[in-house]
Ligand binder design. Structure first.
Ligand SMILES: CCCCCCCCCCCCCC(=O)SCCNC(=O)CCNC(=O)[C@H](O)C(C)(C)COP(=O)(O)OP(=O)(O)OC[C@H]1O[C@@H](n2cnc3c(N)ncnc32)[C@H](O)[C@@H]1OP(=O)(O)O
Length: 236
């Protein structure tokens, strides 16, 4: 099952509305979200820290992958992987913060198993939607017993960023507007349901809500603007 989802993932184009990259020349989204040789390090697969709800949601959506309507997105810490090099080579215009890169890891994958961000994302091409199932561990506490707002914002940014990146390619967050409606209990599984609302030139408008696993409680709502980066244009 994992293999069939991974195979479908490799067919995912780098940009909606743009030409899909030719075979043998994968676009950035393909390179970031698919990597057979790294599959042993895929952090989006269940581990012993996942609670029952997170496991159930994962299993439900892996089943949905079987008919091709949804795609499971592998996730790595990308320590020293091609994706970091791609980003810096294409975008940073030679001005690289090299001295830190050797230790760099994706923030959301930098905690030990179960302590921080445990999550998995799935993508629906027809509906232009990315869904993230997220369980925040004990190191993400804000108010006692609840998730820190910064941790929630981080996962929202990651989910919305993934939606935007699948839609147009390499993006960065320009703004992120969040309404915290209810606190999220530490260790509970939540559903971040995101969609691309509009694309105007390089601007990608995305939105999401965060709900409990049973969908009854709306914890958070957010809208965001991502900007597609221009290759060769320095960010600094
Ligand atoms: C890398 C590997 C990734 C692996 C994948 C894993 C995770 C994936 C997910 C990870 C997720 C994590 C993601 C992160 O953590 S990203 C980290 C947080 N974000 C940043 O650090 C971004 C900092 N900002 C910038 O670098 C630039 O401002 C950007 C690149 C965003 C735009 O600078 P650029 O020079 O390119 O564009 P421009 O200035 O010509 O503007 C272009 C147009 O956009 C409009 N505009 C601009 N800003 C705003 C604004 N704030 N509100 C409203 N509008 C705005 C602007 O008016 C103009 O419109 P128009 O005049 O054309 O109509």
């Amino acid at each position: 099952m994992l293999r069939s989802c991974a195979a479908r993932l490799r067919t995912l184009g780098a940009g909606r509305g743009g030409a899909r990259p030719p075979a043998g020349n994968p676009g950035p989204a393909q390179r970031w979200f698919s990597s057979e040789k790294l599959s042993a390090n895929d952090r989006s697969l269940p581990n012993p820290s996942w609670n029952k709800d997170l496991r159930l949601l994962f299993e439900q959506f892996m089943k949905k992958c079987e008919d091709g309507s949804w795609t499971h997105m592998p996730s790595y810490s990308y320590k020293n992987t091609l994706s970091t090099q791609d980003f810096t080579t294409l975008i940073r215009d030679g001005k690289l913060p090299n001295k830190h890169l050797s230790q760099a890891q994706l923030f959301t994958r930098s905690y030990e198993e179960g302590l921080g961000f445990e999550y998995v994302m799935f993508y629906n091409d027809a509906e232009n939607r990315t869904i993230c199932f997220f369980q925040g561990g004990p190191y993400l506490q804000g108010a006692p017993g609840f998730l820190h707002g910064g941790a929630i914002s981080t996962m929202i940014d990651a989910t919305l960023g993934t939606s935007a990146m699948i839609a147009v390619g390499i993006v960065m967050t320009a703004n992120l507007n969040i309404t915290f409606k209810r606190p999220i209990p530490l260790g509970s599984a939540v559903v971040i349901n995101s969609q691309v609302d509009k694309i105007e030139g390089r601007k990608v408008f995305v939105s999401c809500n965060v709900r409990s696993a049973d969908e009854k409680t709306v914890y958070t709502e957010a809208t965001s603007l991502f900007i597609k980066l221009e290759p060769g244009k320095s960010l600094t």
